[in-house]
Every structure is written in C-alpha cells, then in structure tokens.
Design a binder for this molecule. Sequence first.
Ligand code: CA
Length: 215
Amino acid sequence: MAKILIVEDEVPINTLIKKNLELVGHECFSVYDGQAAIDVLKDHSFDLILLDVMLPGLDGFKVFERIGRVPAIFLTARSSLSDRLKGLTMGADDYLTKPFEMLELLARVDAVLRRTKKEEKSFAFDNVIIRFDSRQILLDGEVVDCTPKEYDLLEALVLNRNIALSREKLLNLAWGYDYEGDTRTVDVHIQKLRKKLGLEERIKTVYKLGYRLEV
Ligand code: CA
C-alpha cells in the first residue's frame, strides 16, 4: 500500500488517523508541526500527505508551498470556505473538513492514491485476487462469475479491511446512498461471497453490527 505522512498537531486526531490508515495496510509517519513535515520530506518520499491547515508555526499552506509536488489532502476547519478553496487552488488533490468520519477519510485517501496511480490495481489474499480496474474477482487464478453488486460489496470490504462495517454502511458503499432496499440484502450477498470464494473464516460477522473482512 502507500506511504503516508500525517501532519496534524492535535495528537489524538493524528493518532486516530494513523491507526485507521495502518489498519487498511498503509505505512504511516506522524509529525505534529509544519517544520517537522518539511524536515522529514527532505529525506523521505511519500505517496500522500495529509496536511492540517492550522498548525503551530508554519501553517499547512506554507508547508505545501515548500515541499514541491506531492499529492496532498488538506484537513480544514468546517467554517473556513476560503481555506478549502485556497488548498485546491494551490494544487492540493482534495480537502477534508473537520470533524470527519474515518471511513470518509479512507475513501478520499483511496481516491487520491488511485488518481495519482500509487494505489494498487489489485489486492490479493489467500487464493483470491480482486482487480479494481477490470472489476474482476479471481479464485485460484480463474475469474469468478459474480454479479456487479457482489463485486461492489467485496471491494467495499477489501478497501475497508479489518474495520467493522455496519450493514447500513455496506449498503451505502456498495449500493449507493439512494438505494432503498433493506439491510438483509447485504446479508444475502455476504453469504454468496463467502460461499463462492470460501471466505467463511475471512468475512466475520460482527455481532449486532455487520461484517468485517479480516486479512
Ligand atoms: Ca490544527
């Protein structure tokens, strides 16, 4: 996965972001002020920077100006529209307004990494390979006959692997926010995926919540 630098002075937020990105397999490095970010970037390269705007000393914009072209997502305060626009104008790839849900962060990170071609085009575990470009699932090297929704569901589980996802969340991720079906649809599709791919041990049922892909 990707190497990500987290520049955020609020320690609990920084730690929470790091923990979640590491859960899905990214390699993360945390710094807590702008100068530290610049120092680290002199010696190390990263695929993506999560850059808080309000930092002690050098703010996020000043840091961004000094680090050259590295894919970046600004973390901004909800109130500050000008900050959000400024970040994009400067060439940032995206911004997130605080407070944000971790799943939203993961989705944005994923989108930027894919755009910048740093994201994997496939993910493999056991004898299963999921190919994001061609939207195919392979089992023992053979393409599995699956429906688009089964693919979408597995992709959602893989991209948020090791995280417990509620049935509602999975419904939103795989079927879209405007889908009005009920959450049993998720259960039915999970059963099919488990059976087709032999993932009974990998896709865990999370009591009273939903499911988690453990890899
Ligand atoms: Ca801050």
